[in-house]
Write a protein that binds this ligand. Structure first.
Ligand code: NAD
Length: 498
């Protein structure tokens, strides 16, 4: 019997009454793992109603008590790490080690949520006028919603609901319909950790569920992570309905290589960041900009990429697993074909790899193009597959100008031994997250995820310090107290406080 993925509404894991369902498949085998309901506005409304009803009591729950739920959740996630990673690999395809990384980067956010007591503090100014104090307090918004992509089914839900709930909001999560089983395990653990009923709710589906969240008058804020097209739609539609919206979008991340870089470290970092998770990371390096003599490294980059093992994510020694679905496979193969037609040099062709034991998997092996130019589709599009484009330039200045001319601003990296070059790069590069000899510079949660330009709509990041501001509103109180002996002066008709 194929499992039906449940909804979580008001603390109950319930069967959906949706008329449409979609299969969740193992992308390495096409085995059907589960069926996921495509919820409509009625089930979204039930989830929102449960979240709205839970809000007054949760908001009034002492801050340390809220934090303790997340202390228990972080312990439960550690305890269930193997089950979470195995489920994630089965439905998403990435290797088991990478699946654990996916869970771990989310776990770090849960740990950060535990210190909300010092994160959600307000401000106080004494004696702003005679005997008058002003203070600002950060209060939760109410019901918030999260819409998440397929590529990090543990980390990205964990970016959202722990920070939203620990600050006193209640939440409706709509995970990707392509891998909803991992988020449901996390939701179970959150219930087990003691999150009161209705504080976290989960619905499933696609367009209809997402539009219902954007339109619902009781939702105050939406956090979205996914592609540019869908994120722009959610940003516009949610904003039109008066909500705060933040949208983390697609990317094309460049890494720049100076010839003085530590070659061994650098080439390993490049190959791992370009092909890990089959390139299905928003921070994957998809463009390598080789400066000057670093262009001589192309044969070694190809040689290292050839050593990577393509297989099902649970297989020992697998370096990269399959793409998420058949459409993604067809799209990536088509873009590789287009790259050849447009004149890029195909240094390594990963199409149709022989993967022993998995003839039906959505596999593409590491693929490398050199001679890539702006304007080619392999450069202009976010391929979201294991395809690395190599661009060659003569100077660091040229490299910086090339990166800055790209519309995306999620992540970038520079590889060098020169502090002066690194200082110039970090100052002049117009990208929100910069690695210096670090290929995938995703910040730890005491900072914030700070992708910029075409990779983001809204001004605040999805976790870390910035998200405390996203999930709270500031109330400013100006107060004066009179003791019994105070006498009234003349009536004051001006606006000044004296
Ligand atoms: P996607 O945009 O297709 O899906 C994201 C969410 O939107 C899912 O929950 C999906 O159900 C929903 N959705 C899909 N189509 C929709 C539609 N037409 N109308 C309304 N909702 C719809 O993204 P994806 O393919 O799941 O994820 C990959 C994308 O996410 C890549 O572009 C990647 O760069 C991006 N991403 C960005 C970040 C970041 O932090 N910037 C992180 C991870 C992934």
């Amino acid at each position: 019997m194929t499992e039906n993925v449940k909804l979580l509404i008001n603390g109950e894991f319930t069967e959906s009454s949706a008329s449409q369902w979609q299969e969740v498949r193992n992308p390495a085998t096409q085995e059907v793992l589960a069926r996921v309901p495509m919820c409509g506005s009625d089930e979204v409304a039930q989830a929102v109603a449960a979240a709205k009803a839970a809000f007054p009591a949760w908001r009034a729950t002492p801050i340390a008590e809220r934090a303790r739920v997340f202390l228990r959740l972080q312990a439960l996630i550690r305890e269930h790490m193997d089950t979470l990673a195995a489920t994630l690999t089965r439905e998403q395809g990435k290797t088991l080690a990478d699946a654990k990384g996916d869970v771990f980067r989310g776990l770090e956010v849960v740990e950060h949520a535990c210190s909300v007591g010092s994160l959600q503090m307000g401000e106080f100014a004494e004696n702003v006028a005679g005997g008058v104090d002003t203070y600002a307090i950060r209060q939760p918004l109410g019901v918030c919603a999260g819409i998440t992509p397929f590529n990090f089914p543990a980390m990205i839900p964990l970016w959202m609901f722990p920070m939203a709930c620990v600050t006193g909001n209640t939440f409706v999560l709509k995970p990707s319909e392509q891998d909803p089983m991992t988020p449901m395990l996390l939701a179970q653990l959150a219930q087990q950790a003691g999150l009161p009923k209705g504080v976290l709710n989960v619905v499933h589906g696609g367009v209809d569920a997402v539009n219902a969240l954007c339109d619902h008058p009781d939702i105050k804020a939406i956090s979205f992570v996914g592609s540019v097209g869908v994120g722009t739609h959610v940003y516009r539609r949610g904003s039109e309905h008066g909500k705060r919206v933040q949208a983390m979008l697609g990317a094309k991340n460049h890494a720049v290589f100076l010839p003085d870089a530590n070659k061994e470290q650098t080439l390993n970092a490049l190959v791992g960041a370009a092909f890990g998770a089959a390139g299905q990371r928003c921070m994957a390096i998809s463009v390598a900009v080789l400066v000057g003599k670093a262009r001589d490294w192309i044969p070694e980059i190809v040689a290292r990429a050839q050593t990577l093992k393509v297989s099902a994510g649970h297989e020992a020694g697998a370096d990269l697993g399959p793409l998420i679905n058949r459409q993604a496979l067809a799209r990536v193969e088509k873009l590789i074909g287009q790259g050849v037609e447009e004149g890029a040099k195909l240094e390594l062709d990963g199409r149709n790899p022989a993967v022993v034991g998995y003839p039906d998997g959505n596999f593409v092996g590491p693929t490398i193009f050199s001679g890539v130019k702006a304007g080619m589709q392999v450069y202009e599009q976010e391929i979201f597959g294991p395809v690395l484009c190599i661009v060659e330039v003569d100077t660091l200045d040229e490299a910086i100008a090339f990166v800055n001319a790209n519309p995306y601003g999620n992540g970038t990296a520079l590889f060098t031994q020169s502090g002066a070059a690194a200082r110039r790069f970090q100052h002049d590069i117009d990208v929100g997250q910069v690695g210096i000899n670090v290929p995938i510079p995703v910040p730890v949660p005491f900072f914030s995820f700070t992708g910029s330009r075409g990779s983001k709509l809204g001004d605040l990041g999805p976790y870390g310090k910035e998200v405390i501001r996203f999930y709270t509103q500031t109330k400013t109180v100006t107060a004066r107290w009179f003791d019994d002996e105070a006498t009234a002066g003349p009536v004051n008709t001006t606006i000044s406080l004296r």
